[in-house]
Design a protein around this ligand. Structure first.
Ligand code: AMP
Ligand code: ZN
Length: 436
């Protein structure tokens, strides 16, 4: 396999050199953090008053965790550690509670972030020959502009379409012979369900690769998309608090995502106790951004659940790999006392060949019990009028789900396009239990 690096020295650095660089940058980060009143108070409570309190990577554990609420409470400028005149970019993520979290970047921060994305893109084998169509929303969301700058730096031909307008997306893919997409997996599935309406087949397109991220999705969804379009799909992980995309990306081997450890310190913790977990064990991803001076953020609890691969990757990069995001500490559903992650349901339905490109999870109350309904779109060819066949399919999906999540779901089969879909991050869980 052909391996190309963006910055070979950094990407293949010895582990000990990576760790030494992390310590150096962590010390700078502590100094920078101490410029804000919030961190000054928080760090002094932990006994840290200067960079000299950090001598080794173990001292990271002395730093307190930060959570999304800390960012919200400091809205809008409480965590800003430079003069606003040095800030060249603002991004934000609007959570569900209304108060957004905001991040700031200086020109140097922008440059660091852009290089990380360029590095990620090159790791997938992309180059100047590629035509890159960015279907992520532009604006305050980091997925649009973040990838845009990185792709330009690689020298790809960048088409900044943004999200939505499926017909135009398909037309542009054809007109400009797009080879690479950046898109949410749910939207790429949706586009496939619409191709027929535009008299287009995947073969009429020139696609080779897709960068998929911004929302949780299963291995089976990834395989399905690769097959439907005949492409290679690369997982891309990031979050606005850590700048956005470019935190972790799959390389050509597609065996989970290299976390760029010269720029981020990755920890996996037990979400209950906060204790660090060894490589290989599943827990909450905690990240420290080492290369952003405008708004320092350390030991940020992402609420994403994953594990680290300790084994080296055949591509030669020494930066450890993070597994697919297996769920979130806060999206776990408790259904009649059983813990279920939406990702478990997705894993099952997406492996059923008759299932199309969209599904929903609906929860309601039936008396005192919870009722789980899984609504799936199935391919149009299944609606032949043969009810027996549909009943058998329903039974098959129900049984597969019961075997996986130990709960008996109600399965509904729907025609393609019948379920609501989104063009950005998908909303697939509708929980109406609280209102009853
Ligand atoms: P935002 O801050 O709006 O960019 O949202 C970041 C969140 O999106 C992360 O904390 C994850 O929960 C989710 N996310 C981003 N990329 C992925 C991915 N590749 N797989 C699963 N979830 C993702
Ligand atoms: Zn690799």
């Amino acid at each position: 396999m052909d391996i190309t690096y963006w910055n070979k020295d950094i990407e293949t650095m010895d582990r000990s050199a990576i760790e030494a660089l992390q310590v150096k940058r962590l010390r700078e980060l502590v100094d920078q953090s101490l410029k804000t009143e919030f961190y000054k108070k928080r760090l002094s409570r932990a006994g840290i008053t200067s960079a000299d309190d950090i001598q080794s990577l173990d001292d990271l554990r002395r730093l307190p965790f930060n959570v999304k609420d800390d960012l919200r409470q400091n809205f809008p400028t409480g965590l800003l550690a430079v003069d606003m005149r040095q800030v060249v970019r603002v991004h934000s993520s609007s959570g569900t509670t209304g108060i957004p979290t905001v991040i700031y970047l200086t020109q140097q921060d922008m440059d660091n972030w852009t290089n990380l994305i360029a590095r990620s893109i090159v790791a997938t084998g992309c180059c100047q020959d590629d035509v890159f169509q960015n279907m992520m929303t532009y604006g305050l969301f980091t997925g649009g502009l973040g990838l845009h700058y990185g792709a330009e730096r690689v020298g790809m031909t960048v088409i900044p379409v943004g999200g939505g307008n499926t017909q135009r997306q398909v037309q542009i893919m054809k007109d400009f012979k797009t080879t690479v997409l950046h898109v949410t997996p749910s939207y790429l599935l949706h586009i496939h369900s619409k191709l027929e309406n535009f008299n287009t087949e995947p073969n009429d397109l020139y696609l080779k690769k897709a960068f998929l991220g911004a929302e949780p999705y299963s291995e089976n969804t990834c395989l399905k998309l690769e097959e439907l379009y005949g492409i290679d799909a690369y997982n891309s992980y990031g979050l606005s608090e850590m700048n956005g995309p470019g935190v972790a990306f799959e390389c050509v081997y597609k065996q989970d995502m290299h976390v760029w450890e010269d720029a981020y310190i990755l920890e996996i913790i037990d979400p209950e106790t906060g204790e660090s977990l060894p490589d290989g064990e599943k827990g909450e991803v905690v990240l420290t951004n080492l290369v952003r001076s405008a708004m320092p953020l350390f030991r940020y609890r992402t609420r994403d659940l994953a594990f680290v691969h300790p084994e080296p990757c055949p591509c030669g990069r020494t930066h450890r790999r993070l597994s697919r995001i297996l769920g979130r500490t806060d999206d776990m559903l408790i259904i009649n006392g059983v813990n279920v992650f939406p990702s478990q349901i997705e894993e099952v339905v997406m492996a059923v060949p008759e299932v199309g490109t969209n599904y929903l999870i609906h929860l309601s109350k039936q008396g005192t019990l919870d009722r789980l309904t899984v609504k799936v779109e199935i391919y149009a060819k299944m609606f032949t009028g043969n009810m027996k066949e549909l009943d058998a399919l329903k039974k098959k999906i129900t049984e597969k789900l019961r075997a996986s999540i130990t709960i008996n779901p109600h399965v509904e089969l729907h025609e393609p396009g019948a379920l609501p879909h989104s063009e950005g991050k998908a909303k697939r869980v509708f929980d109406e239990r609280e209102q009853l």
